[in-house]
Design a protein around this ligand. Structure first.
Ligand SMILES: [Zn+2]
Length: 290
């Protein structure tokens, strides 16, 4: 699943190749069409396909930014601003290509769901193998309330105090620390990979209750999370499972991971253990993490 660093990588690459370009035509897959007919909403959410296709045509991409794990395409049409919000889900990927054949890996080419034909002739392609991704066309961020409820960006000055305040609320204090740091209302964009790594670096057991960690240690943990996220952004993200950047390339952060997906601890050599926390597999070292 792409996490914050991978999404940041996609945003930077998309920005460099698509700002200023105009969409001339939108195509969606038969899978999306059938899903809409069945009253479900695969990928394209909160809008009819007719409106999605018609409204996006002639829109210009003015800017692309990241908010937590969402990609924000800031659009403009007839002088009015729009916001196209993209979440990559488990396996979503954007490709900037001349033709669909240029989506090199077959598994991505077989699951192309949305194609923006650009006025200059190229294609901006959204592929999603497992179809957990989302595309929403809004006028502004506030039109989709969950976007307003996300914690501050982890790199914002206010994010650390926000985390400390949230983690001490009765709602979170007794929960396992790993569940708390992975909650998007508490910290933005700290998914399983980076939560696992930050807890290992801090020698904190993922199942320890938030209230049983001192404020000083919590602040250190927060800074460790920020460091791990920044390191991964610098490394082009981790390429666990199906993450690809817009050129179809994988990142290198996975080679630096010390605990996520490991069978034994890199520090003490002991066999790692795993437990389910908030439905996610949590790997940890029973010796190093308390
Ligand atoms: Zn260990």
């Amino acid at each position: 699943m792409p996490e914050l660093p991978e999404v940041e990588g996609v945003v930077r690459e998309l920005s460099s190749v698509s700002i200023g370009r105009t969409i001339s035509e939108v195509q969606v897959s038969d899978v999306i069409r059938r899903s809409k007919e069945l009253g479900k909403e695969a990928i394209v959410k909160g809008i009819t396909l007719e409106d999605f296709i018609e409204e996006l045509a002639s829109m210009t991409i003015v800017n692309i930014t990241r908010r937590s794990k969402y990609i924000y395409f800031h659009m403009e049409k007839n002088g009015l601003p729009y916001l196209l919000v993209s979440h990559l889900g488990m396996s979503g990927a954007w490709f900037n290509v001349d033709t669909l054949e240029d989506v090199v890996e077959q598994k991505f080419r077989n699951h192309v769901h949305v194609v923006f034909k650009m006025a200059d002739g190229g294609l901006l392609v959204y592929s999603d193998i497992r179809r957990f991704g989302e595309l929403r066309l809004l006028q502004k961020e506030g039109d989709y309330i969950p976007l307003l409820k996300m914690a501050p960006e982890p790199f914002d000055a206010s994010a650390e105090d926000h985390f400390i305040a949230m983690a001490s609320l009765p709602k979170y204090a007794r929960k396992p620390i790993k569940e708390v740091i992975m909650d998007g209302h508490v910290i933005s964009g700290c998914g399983n990979i980076y939560a696992t790594e930050a807890l290992f670096r801090m020698k904190i057991h993922p199942g320890r209750a938030a209230e049983r960690i001192s404020e000083k240690r919590k602040r250190e943990l927060f800074r460790e999370i920020v460091d791990v996220l920044q390191e991964s952004i610098d490394a082009g993200g981790s390429s666990i499972s199906d993450y690809r950047n817009i050129n179809g390339e994988a990142g290198t952060m996975q080679t630096r991971l010390k605990m996520y997906g490991k069978k034994e601890c890199g520090t003490c050599g002991k066999e790692t253990k795993s437990m389910k926390i908030a439905g996610r597999t949590s790997v940890y070292c029973p010796q190093c993490q308390r």
